[in-house]
Design a protein around this ligand. Structure first.
Ligand code: GDP
Ligand code: MG
Length: 163
């Protein structure tokens, strides 16, 4: 059975863009409006010679840092639980927000395997955010640009042990 990889993070960091990049089809809806991914979506992903099931999750859009409750939280927690490894996506351009830190705490409590992904790292603008992400204690962030397809070799190296 292929490994299952869940993509988790707050709204608008590029989870669905990364999902689409890995599945190679526009299965997940990408939109500038936070809150578009209402339900979890699954696809067959390929990255080099790796094959795995990828799960896109809602970014807990209706929640704030104090009240991560309700159906989307339950779905996200289920996706985390069912995964072999979680891609925790942050936006290296915007820097970390309180909601990123809430997600980080949630993930830490699950004890899951986590790969920290600093998305939107095309060009040089992302460096500050990537360093900030390192401070979350999930190890070296994998700098990628889901939109431009950059950093996929680093993502391969990070996922290979689990897939
Ligand atoms: P989600 O809410 O986490 O699923 O985020 P989306 O995938 O819907 O993307 C949110 C916004 O970020 C969209 O406008 C995307 O085009 C944009 N985005 C996604 N990946 C990248 C990237 O690598 N670089 C840049 N600059 N923008 C991106
Ligand atoms: Mg989405």
């Amino acid at each position: 059975m292929p490994a299952t990889v869940a993509i988790v993070g707050r709204p608008n960091v590029g989870k669905s863009t990364l999902f689409n990049r890995l599945v190679g089809k526009r299965l997940a809806l990408v939109d500038d409006t936070p809150g578009v991914t209402r339900d979890r979506r699954e696809g067959d992903a390929r990255l080099g010679d790796l094959r795995f099931t990828i799960v896109d999750t809602a970014g807990l859009e209706e929640a704030d840092a104090d009240s991560l409750t309700g159906r989307m939280r339950a779905q996200t927690e289920e996706a985390i639980r069912a995964a072999d490894v979680v891609l925790f996506v942050v936006d290296s351009r915007s820097g970390l927000t309180p909601l990123d830190k809430t997600f980080g705490e949630l993930l830490r409590r699950t004890g899951q395997n986590v790969v920290l992904v600093a998305n939107k790292s095309e060009g040089t603008a992302g460096m500050a955010g990537a360093y900030e992400a390192y401070e979350m204690g999930f190890g070296d962030p994998v700098a990628v640009s889901a939109e431009h397809g950059e950093g996929m070799a680093s993502l391969y190296e990070a996922l290979e042990p689990y897939c």
